[in-house]
Design a protein around this ligand. Structure first.
Ligand code: GCV
Length: 704
């Protein structure tokens, strides 16, 4: 009897299982990223064309064979890849052509081996996304330099890194080579990234020492076949650290010191990419220490690199001006230098004028420089968006910046067009992302944060691709192509950036973080003066909230934008709601376009963020059966924390603002769960750069 009922139960289970049609995938630790198709390289089954000693072509072949062997595509009968016999100028250095004939022959060709490799990865992506159709595909990258910036230090820490320690084990190199180095190169090449700055912009001078260059060489050798060049951040004071009396860029000995250093670097790494420089910013040394300009400093380095084809990426994130508005400093310092930089210098500009906030207007500097190469810097690591605890798909935010029209040369002068070199005669085009990679097994600390690494690469190759397409591609390759799963998770990820803005700092508020760790709210911190403190940025008081950057009563930051933007932002009636408190200081009872008072609108914005974050948990629970247990539960735990943090943010911001507004939180909003005093005291316990552990954060109850 007992046996019979067990059998019946098993049959029932089998029926349920079959009728659902879903087999729970095996546990996956996330290490294989979006490249889980072939763990072993295979050299059989394909035809290589031309000189196979070229490593990029060889890797392309191995990838194609590995993929097609495990995942045969019935329409494909044969495949080849290799260099073109005659160079095609249309394809440039890195472009490719894929010809897929009606009778099933695939031919991937390029001028150089990097192009063949990109073609192979593109082809595999099409197969995996079921987008393969007979015909010809030609692609060339939009940006010449597509670069990750690591903020990794020689001691193994990563500034603003939330995925373990540095991937680079400097203490083991050059002797020990970890498999992750090549895995990293492969992942980057698969999305078209062709450069990596290995060390923090707050640079340790040791990185340029003979000892470290031998370590860097090993990485460069591993990355080279994948089309990836290495770059280093430098410490501008390096000559002084090495015994010179000065680091003045116009001093003869200093000039020679850099020339010799560059010669040494190229003798060890012949295809070294160049330098990234943070100068006269946040305490870093720079040319201004010697009464020189950014152009003097950058040009001195550019001249040393020029004979070898290297470039200087000189950051515009400056922090030494006396301007009363931090958002204006980059234009104030760099506009007077327009036209003075060498042609192998490019000014690296953060997407917004302050610092990678959840939402900023685009940096006006993009639209100001006309005779200088400019590039955008995005932050892939989530310094200001919940570290690797929060799921925030960042591509919509980056695209918002790239698609912004600066009106520099009339309509259509978007940030993308300017940085791609379409508006004025830039001779270098580049784009950079501060990476979210560390040595954690899943690379990024949150499984879903891998999407941001992937998205950065795809965007750098082609800034036109939509956020929807990128997240769809990534999910199919990383999880499953099940429609129900894709619909649910795509919706959730696409809503996540707006959710993050809403639950942290809606309506143009910015930099309201607790402490230097930038995790969690601290709107009560600091003073009303130009430092990095929340009170300087939100300016909440009895008369209202927001930073007045208007032309008549404010700092006139609006004038750094071209018309019609200047007037649009300047006029409170036309300024977009999402940037309102970035540009205006308004009374709490200000009547918004919606008809709500500003106070109510703020409360409802926070509420919408809380609702979205709460809903992400339901969405994730609805797809449990499509996801392996390991990733399912790790992501679930983080989504729960994210929703709790959303309420924490609202409680802190609104309870603090309420001390000025004296207004009631609308009754239909989630009730606060902590008092202002409790939250202020809690803040005292999370003041360093690390992400606090999930279970030491303030406790919150989530309603169903
Ligand atoms: C690498 C912000 C971050 C710093 C970072 C700096 C920069 O201020 O908090 O950690 O330093 O930006 O981009 O240089």
């Amino acid at each position: 009897m007992k046996t019979r009922s067990i059998t019946a139960a098993m049959v029932l289970l089998a029926i349920v299982f079959v009728s659902c049609g879903v087999k729970k995938p095996a546990d996956n630790d996330g290490h294989s990223l979006w490249l889980g198709y072939s763990s072993e390289r295979d050299n059989s089954g394909a035809v290589g064309v031309g000189d196979l000693s070229r490593n990029g072509v060889k890797i392309a072949l191995e990838e194609l064979n590995g993929y097609l062997k495990d995942n045969p595509v019935s329409e494909i009968k044969s495949w080849r890849c290799g260099l073109l016999n005659e160079k095609d100028p249309k394809l440039g250095d890195e472009g490719f052509r894929i010809v897929f004939s009606e009778d099933g022959d695939v031919n991937i060709r390029a001028n150089y081996d990097a192009g063949v490799l990109y073609g192979a990865y593109h082809f595999i992506r099409l197969c995996r996304n079921k987008e393969l159709k007979p015909g010809v595909i030609e692609e060339v990258p939009a940006f010449q330099y597509r670069i990750l910036n690591h903020w990794d230090n020689p001691n193994g820490t990563v500034e603003r890194g939330y995925a373990g320690k540095s991937l680079w084990k400097w203490n083991e190199l050059p002797g020990t080579i970890r498999p992750e180095y090549e895995e990293y190169a492969r992942a980057n090449a698969s999305v078209g990234i062709n450069g990596t700055v290995l060390n923090n912009v707050n640079a340790d001078p040791r990185m340029l020492s003979a000892e470290y260059l031998q370590k860097v060489k090993i990485l460069a050798d591993i990355f080279r076949p994948y089309g990836i060049k290495v770059y280093l951040s430098l410490n501008f004071a390096a000559p002084k650290h090495n015994g010179l009396k000065t680091s003045d860029p116009l001093d003869k000995d200093v000039i020679n010191w850099w020339k010799d250093k560059v010669e040494e670097i190229y003798s060890i790494i012949p295809d070294f990419g160049g330098f990234l420089v943070k100068a006269n910013s946040e305490g870093q040394s720079g040319p201004q220490d010697y009464g020189r300009t950014h152009a003097d400093g950058a040009n001195m380095l550019a001249d040393a690199l020029k004979p070898y084809g290297g470039i200087v990426m000189w950051r515009a994130f400056v922090y030494a001006s006396t301007s009363p508005d931090r958002a204006k400093q980059a234009v104030e310092e760099f506009l007077p230098l327009d036209g003075q930089f060498r042609d192998n210098v490019i000014i690296q500009i953060k997407n917004g004028p302050v610092d990678f906030q959840p939402r900023e207007p685009f940096s006006p500097l993009f639209g100001q420089l006309e005779k200088t190469n400019v590039m955008a810097e995005f932050q892939i690591t989530q310094e200001y968006m919940g570290h690797s605890n929060h799921m925030v798909y960042l591509h919509p935010m980056w695209k918002e910046c790239l698609d912004s029209d600066t009106y520099q040369k009339g309509e259509g002068s978007t940030v993308a067009a300017i940085t791609e070199g379409k508006i004025h005669a830039n001779n270098i085009s580049a784009i950079a992302g501060v990476t979210n990679i560390g040595d954690s097994v899943n690379w990024c600390g949150h499984h879903l944060a891998q999407a941001n690494w992937y998205a950065f690469g795809r965007m750098a190759w082609n800034p036109e691709i939509s956020s929807e397409q990128i997240v769809d591609e990534w999910l199919r390759q990383t999880f499953t192509d099940n429609k129900a799963f894709l619909n649910a998770v795509e919706g959730m990820m696409l809503a996540s950036h707006e959710a993050s803005v809403s639950y942290e700092m809606p309506l143009g508020l910015h930099h309201c973080f607790a402490g230097a760790g930038h995790y969690g709210p601290g709107p009560w911190e600091g003073a009303s003066r130009p430092d990095w403190s929340p009170r300087y940025y939100h300016k909440a008081s009895a008369d209202g909230v927001g930073f007045d950057r208007t032309s008549e009563t404010g700092t006139d930051a609006v004038s750094q934008y071209h018309e019609p933007l200047k007037s649009l932002y300047d006029d409170v009636k036309t300024c977009p709601d999402e940037l309102l408190l970035w540009f205006h200081h308004l009374p709490w009872d200000y009547r918004m376009k919606s008809g709500n008072t500003l106070w109510d609108e703020l409360c409802y914005k926070f509420e919408s963020g809380i609702k979205l974050a709460r809903g992400f948990i339901d969405t994730w629970e609805s797809v449990e059966k499509y996801v392996d247990n390991h990733r399912y539960s790790q992501i679930h735990d983080k989504l729960v924390r994210q929703a709790k943090d959303a309420i924490w943010w609202r409680d802190a911001m609104i309870l603090y603002f309420q001390t000025f507004s004296g207004m009631e939180i609308p009754a239909d909003c989630t009730p606060p769960q902590h008092t202002l005093d409790e939250l202020r005291n809690f803040r005292l316990r999370i003041s360093n750069y690390e992400t606090p552990a999930l279970d030491v954060l303030p406790e919150y109850t989530l309603s169903d």
